[in-house]
Write a protein that binds this ligand. Structure first.
Ligand code: C2O
Length: 541
């Protein structure tokens, strides 16, 4: 394997898609970006030089960054952005990691085009715990926008409304034949009859959760977020942005061309989106190269049940060590609300629902990004940029009629702030994530930096510790988890990686609206002695 991308330039590139030509931000002129192939425990060094006018950082999504928090990448959380003309070198180890992960820009909305796969093979001589595939293929899902992405983010924040829908969903950067001018802009996976293939599926889209299915073929999930699962054979998978799935597929159908179909899962109400299927081809050797592909029916865009029947029953391959004695119980609500326009906000910007602005919050705090690196502020004890008083909220949000959430939740007005939660090193943490929201409930893919966590339970409505059924034996070990619309998810982990860690919804628009918070995990001595020193060439804000 080749450990990197070593010399990496962020550069703009002119491309034509959907019959329009525009400049996009890329790594080394590639869209999607280059793949990092590595092996478990490899050392990764990526020197990033920014040749664009935009501020940028790169995040290694799913890499746990054990004792290397300075290289995690979220802008204003662990580092200041790499400004035009500057260079920053990321150095980290893929310690005890394997499987499919991704890297992406973590500044403004630039990850819309700046993303790529990370493939981590097991150590030499260690086989996969499933049938050795004949070949492997990467399928990376994205969204394509004709608008400039930093401008789009700016408009979303200043208007307080929703963004316009993406112009296309893409598979390996290509929209497929259902879009204008895209008959030939289609990704094709060439296969031969009678073999088993490993598909490394990544959702790198900005704002859309996606179903994926291959006509006439079943998928057997064997890994999620870079950790092995018990094999689960399904008709389709669903991935929120930030999620990855490895699935086996066997070419046991008549020789033909089959569609790989990708369509939206949208659990929110009244949100504009394009209900169009993007398509790639799964092409058997010997089939007609230009034949009409056999197509497949994806679940309806609002089919919550199909997700419960797939993602909620995933289990780790083997029994795992879930923390049982808990030191910290956090209850965190995830809400989409409308904030009243205040005098501070220019009136013309109040274009959200009811002339307010859209806000998203955790425990009713809409996160405000500081203009300094929080990790640096914490490490250097620079005060005034954040507080350590992340609030708690009461635990009941819905009334029920026939088991379904009925009345509007009771958290209405959110406040703003950069409020963090401090965790002692080594504590056993449980977080209950409860979806709520006065505008709409929605399935939120929540991502935690610096850790994977055990997903021990899911449910609808209010979380109730008396009745919740938790899997403490073989829950999946993930880094991004879809919290069901109007429901809850419980995660557990040991806070054994000191640093400043972002936790946020991976739908970019929700991140812009403030759906995030920060966990500060102290180090073993409680005085930062075991935190690595900041790298010398750390960018300045
Ligand atoms: Cu994949 Cu904070 O992101």
């Amino acid at each position: 394997p080749n450990p990197v991308m070593s010399n990496t330039q962020v550069q703009t590139k002119r491309i034509t898609k959907l019959c329009k030509t525009k400049n996009i931000v890329t790594i080394n002129g590639m869209y999607p970006g280059p793949v990092i192939y590595a092996q478990e425990d490899d050392r990764i060094v990526v020197k990033v030089t920014n040749k664009t006018p935009y501020n940028i950082t790169i995040h290694w999504h799913g890499v746990r960054q054990k004792l290397s928090c300075w290289y995690d990448g979220p802008s204003y959380i662990t580092q200041c952005p790499i400004q035009a003309g500057q260079t920053f070198t990321y150095r980290f180890t893929l310690l005890m990691q394997k499987g499919t992960l991704l890297w992406h820009a973590h500044a403004s909305w630039l990850r819309g085009t700046v993303y790529g796969a990370i493939v981590v093979y097991p150590k030499t001589g260690v086989p996969y715990p499933f049938k050795q595939p004949f070949q492997e293929h990467i399928i990376i899902l994205g969204e394509y926008w004709l608008r400039d992405l930093t401008q789009l983010e700016h408009d979303v924040i200043s208007s307080g409304g929703s963004p316009p829908p993406a112009n296309a969903f893409t598979i390996n950067g290509r929209p497929g034949p259902n879009y204008n001018c895209s008959i030939n802009d289609v990704h094709t996976i060439d296969v031969v009859l009678g073999k088993t293939y490993l598909l490394r599926i990544i959702n790198a889209a900005l704002n859309m959760e996606h179903f994926l299915a291959i006509a006439n073929h079943k998928l057997t999930i064997v890994e999620a977020d870079g950790e092995y699962t018990k094999p689960l054979t399904v008709g389709q998978v669903m991935l929120g942005p930030g999620q990855t799935i490895n699935a086996l597929v066997t070419t046991n159908q008549p020789i033909s061309r089959y569609s790989i179909s990708v369509g939206p899962y949208m659990s929110a109400r009244n949100v504009p989106f394009q209900n169009i299927t993007s398509m790639a081809y799964f092409q058997y050797a010997g089939s007609m190269p230009n034949g009409t592909p056999m197509s497949t029916q994806l679940p309806a865009y609002n089919d919550d049940l199909s997700i419960k029947n797939i993602m909620h029953i995933l289990k780790s391959l083997n029994a795992v060590h879930v923390p049982r004695q808990l030191d910290v119980n956090l209850f965190i609500t995830i809400g989409l609300n409308v904030q009243k326009c205040t005098l501070r906000m220019p009136r013309q910007n109040c274009r959200g629902i009811n002339n307010g602005v859209m806000a998203a919050s955790m425990n009713n705090v809409s996160f405000v990004r500081p203009n300094i690196s929080l990790l640096e502020a914490y490490y250097k004890k620079i005060s005034g940029y954040y507080t350590e008083d992340f609030p708690s909220v009461p635990g009941k949000f819905y009334d029920f009629v026939d088991g379904a959430p009925n009345s509007i939740p009771n958290d209405t007005s959110s406040t703003t702030g950069t409020r963090t939660k401090v965790l002692e090193y080594g504590s056993n943490v449980e977080i209950v994530l409860q979806d709520t929201g006065t505008v709409t409930t929605e399935n939120h893919p929540i991502h935690l930096h610096g850790y994977s966590f055990y997903v021990v339970g899911y449910g609808d409505g209010n979380y109730d510790p008396e009745t919740a059924v938790l899997n403490l034996v073989d829950p999946p070990y993930l880094n991004t988890i879809g919290v069901p619309a109007g429901g809850w998810t419980v995660i557990r982990f040991v806070a054994d990686n000191p640093g400043v860690w972002f936790m946020h919804c991976h739908l970019e628009v929700h991140l812009s609206w403030g759906l995030s918070m920060v966990l500060i995990v102290k180090d073993g001595q409680g005085d930062l002695q075991t935190l690595p020193h900041p790298p010398a060439n750390l960018p300045r804000c």
